[in-house]
Every structure is written in structure tokens, then in C-alpha cells.
Design a protein around this ligand. Structure first.
Ligand SMILES: [Ca+2]
Length: 466
């Protein structure tokens, strides 16, 4: 045994230095860009006759992989972001609504996030943009719901959950109060917010190019969520006039920020060694895009099916299209897979690595099944089938392969499928996870578990999600 250990040490020490350095370099930077309320039907790469201009999303798709069946964990902001960072379905903590300025943090410090995971593996980590996962304000409730005083301090926010650097704001209704690390540093007009955020992100990418450590940048932007405040340089850029023009300019500005991040990576020579993902946190607000049914906050496809493009030069085939069902929760397990690391049993319980999909190496579905969530209830998707489970006990079953618009409820004619999906949902809930591993506990008793032992829950937190 000792001899083997010595031999291993000798082998390791005999590695030429450039091999070790290469291993360091092979850990890619990871940039995750989250549009706020971007509909599946908005980028022309997703809908040829879309009136919106998103040249950078479309270009990124040409350089990488476009997913046609990607889903946010929820049809509204806060729960989706919980899923992105923890790799866990937000229904497990009963988070069906959205947080406000003074809402308490919903991710406890003991929980591993994708940021703390990457930080623990040598990454520098930054969140620049909209947090929306709660913060604890040191002085109780300083300021007002819409504006926080300069100097107000917080704890248990992004810095406590794995982000070395945070520059951002609480949520869309308080976009003027700019926070850096643990304190409010400025109060600006809404229109000034996004130029500040993208400027900081570009600086961050430039700074990191001078460091050896790889980095993780999480950039949750404002557009096209309200307030619709395109900066002067973007007014009229969408080419759409009239009532829709301002909104379309705001969409364009969001896409332009994506382009600035792409440019910064290229300019600093980091494009090749960066996995870049651009997607949205839920469907467009009050803007359905047929053939998908409904929009933001809906359990139907318009609520949670999202544009999702990924680029990693040399690894992901340019111009490829992937029709697998994936979930934004999958970021966490994908990062672990890229680093060749196992996940602890009490982290990323609902996250599946999409790395084989990105590399074009899948032989079957990436996910066994996927849970969707909206304020009105849950749904479970497997293959073409989607079972909608309303809080009020109603059930609907759709076959998305021949009914993408979810117009024909098959729950009465395909009882066997509905029963199978309901059982699978129950097992995912009862096991506290949807991936292999030891059983975990939920912090919220869901109404869809074993009927003999579970009580129905009363709604808590904020029942109406936006
Ligand atoms: Ca949103």
C-alpha cells in the first residue's frame, strides 16, 4: 500500500508543469445569463416571424446549441432563481410566489449553491443583477419598499451563499437602489440601472482575464420585465414603432447586453474557455405566443418553456439543436459533471447534468421526468406527456407531441398514463429528490404526496406570483 502511494507521488511529481497548468486551464469559465420574463416566442431563432430583434441570442445559437424544450423550474421569478442556484425544485420549500424588498432569505446558509460549490473548487464567483432571493437588513426595514437608503447593510444575501462579489438590487420594484456586496451604495433612476449592471459585468470579465482562477458569472438582467425603461441609446433600435416600440426596445437592450458580454469574452481571449448559457426565468408577462398556451405565471407551456442557448467553442457543436427536455435547475449538476465532481447527498436534489447533451453524447432522454410549477399548481412532464396537478385537486393530461397548445385534456381517456405520472410525482415528493441518492426532507408539505399521510397545505408566503 505504502509502495503504491509512493509510486503515485512519483508519477504525480514527474508530470511536466505544462500538463498541470493545462488542467487548470481546462476548467471553463461559466457565464449564466438570465433574461427576466422572456417569452419562448420572442427571439427570431425560436419563432421565425417574431417582430423582436435579438441578434445576439440568435448569433449565440448559431455558435452553439439551441434547446427547444428547456424549462424554468417555475413560471415566475423567485422560485425559478431558487432552482437555478440550488438545483432543487422550489415547491420543496413552498415557494410559489415572489419576494419583496424586505423578504427574508429563502436559501439557508447551510445549503450548497452552485456558487458556493464552484467557489469551493477554486472559482471566483460573481452575481451581477437582480437577486430576488431575500436578504436580511441589519437595521430592520430601512427606507421604503421602493427605495433603500445609501449605507443600509444586509446579511445572508449573495455573499453568504457563495458569491465572492455582488453588485445588484433586490428586485424589479426597487431597481433604483444599487447594492454592492453588503450595502446600498447608490440610488439612481430606473433607466440607469441596466447600464450600470452591464458596465460592471464587462469590467468583471476584463479583470478576471488577468487572473488564473476560472470564474462563474451569474447575470440576471432586467429586460424585458417591467419597469420598461430602455436607455436613450436604445430608443427606436427595435425598429418597432407605436405602443409596442418601447417594450421591443427594452427587449433589444437586454439582447445588446448579452452581446456586450460576448464581446468582452472575445476581446479578452476568454471566449474559447467559457461555457456560456443564455435563457429566461419564465414566460413573457401577459404576452402569450402561440402555439404555446398562455404566458408568465401559467402552468401551461407559455409559462415555463424558455429560450435556452449554450455555447462552448470546441465542445458544443456550432449550430446544433437539441430537443431534449431540460430544466434550468440543471446548471448545478452540469457544473459538477464538467469538473468531474460528485455532489453531496443534500445538494442539487433535482439537478441533472446536461453535459452529455451539450457534447452530443446522449443515447436517451437526459431527465427521467421534469416538474413544472406555477402559483396554481404543479405539472410533471415525461416524454410527450404532461400531467397538470392543480392545487384544487383537478388534473389535466396533455400529449405535447401532437398537441403543443395543450387544448385536448386526455386525463379521462389515458388514465393509465395519468396514474403513472401521478405516482412518479408522488415518489419525487416523498423522496425529497428526483435524482438517485439518499432520501431528503422537504421543508414544505406538498399536497401531492401519499394521501393517507399528508395533509393539504394552506398557501404560505405570497400566493400570487409575478
Ligand atoms: Ca421573471
Amino acid at each position: 500500500m505504502m509502495k503504491q502511494a509512493i509510486l503515485l507521488c512519483i508519477v504525480f511529481l514527474c508530470q511536466p508543469l505544462d500538463v498541470l497548468a493545462k488542467t487548470e486551464n481546462e476548467r471553463p469559465n461559466i457565464v449564466f445569463i438570465l433574461f427576466d420574463d422572456m417569452g419562448y416566442g420572442q427571439p427570431p431563432s425560436y419563432r421565425a416571424d417574431s417582430p423582436f430583434k435579438t441578434p445576439n441570442i440568435d448569433h449565440l445559437a448559431k455558435q452553439g446549441m439551441l434547446f427547444t424544450d428547456a424549462h424554468s423550474a417555475a413560471a415566475n421569478c423567485t422560485p425559478t432563481r431558487y432552482g437555478v442556484l440550488t438545483g432543487r425544485y422550489p415547491c420543496r420549500i413552498g415557494q410559489f410566489g415572489v419576494l419583496k424588498t424586505y423578504s427574508a432569505p429563502i436559501i439557508p446558509k447551510r445549503r450548497l449553491t452552485v456558487a458556493s460549490f464552484l467557489k469551493g473548487r477554486g472559482y471566483h464567483t460573481a452575481c451581477i443583477g437582480k437577486w430576488h432571493l431575500g436578504m436580511k437588513w441589519v437595521d430592520g426595514m430601512p427606507g421604503t419598499e421602493k427605495q433603500l437608503p445609501i449605507g443600509a447593510r444586509l446579511i445572508d444575501g449573495p455573499n453568504a451563499l457563495g458569491f465572492d462579489y455582488f453588485y445588484g438590487f433586490t428586485h424589479a420594484r426597487n431597481i433604483g437602489s444599487i447594492i454592492e456586496q453588503d450595502r446600498v451604495v447608490a440610488n439612481v433612476k430606473g433607466v440607469e440601472n441596466q447600464p450600470l449592471m452591464i458596465g460592471k459585468a464587462v469590467n468583471y470579465i476584463e479583470e478576471r482575464s488577468r487572473e488564473k482562477k476560472p470564474f462563474f458569472l451569474y447575470f440576471p438582467m432586467c429586460p424585458p420585465h417591467s419597469p420598461i425603461v430602455p436607455a436613450a441609446e436604445f430608443v427606436g433600435k427595435s425598429g418597432i414603432t407605436g405602443k409596442e416600440g418601447k417594450y421591443a426596445d427594452w427587449v433589444y437592450q437586454g439582447d445588446h447586453m448579452l452581446g456586450q458580454i460576448m464581446d468582452a469574452l472575445k476581446r479578452t481571449g476568454q471566449e474559447k474557455n467559457t461555457l456560456m448559457i443564455a435563457t429566461g426565468d419564465n414566460g413573457a408577462a401577459r404576452r402569450p405566443y402561440p402555439p404555446l398556451r398562455e404566458a408568465k405565471s401559467s402552468i401551461y407551456e407559455g409559462g415555463h418553456r424558455e429560450p435556452f442557448v449554450a455555447r462552448w467553442p470546441g465542445k458544443i457543436n456550432a449550430g446544433s439543436v437539441n430537443h431534449d427536455v431540460i430544466c434550468l435547475n440543471d446548471l448545478f449538476a452540469t457544473c459538477a459533471d464538467i469538473l468531474g465532481d460528485d455532489l453531496p447527498p443534500d445538494a442539487a436534489e433535482d439537478s441533472v447534468s446536461i453535459l452529455p447533451g451539450l457534447l452530443g453524447e446522449t443515447t436517451g432522454p437526459i431527465r427521467e421526468a421534469t416538474i413544472h410549477q406555477a402559483p396554481a399548481g404543479l405539472a410533471i412532464r415525461q416524454g410527450p406527456w404532461k400531467l397538470v396537478m392543480y392545487r384544487n385537486g383537478n388534473r389535466e393530461l396533455y400529449n405535447l407531441k401532437d398537441d403543443i397548445s395543450e387544448t385536448r385534456d386526455r386525463s379521462k381517456t389515458n388514465r393509465e398514463v395519468a396514474g403513472r405520472l401521478e405516482k412518479l410525482m408522488e415518489s419525487y415528493i416523498d423522496r425529497g429528490r428526483s435524482t438517485p441518492g439518499p432520501v431528503q426532507k422537504n421543508e414544505f408539505e406538498l399536497p401531492f404526496g401519499n394521501p393517507g399521510t399528508k395533509k393539504r397545505n394552506k398557501k404560505k408566503n405570497h400566493p400570487k406570483g409575478k
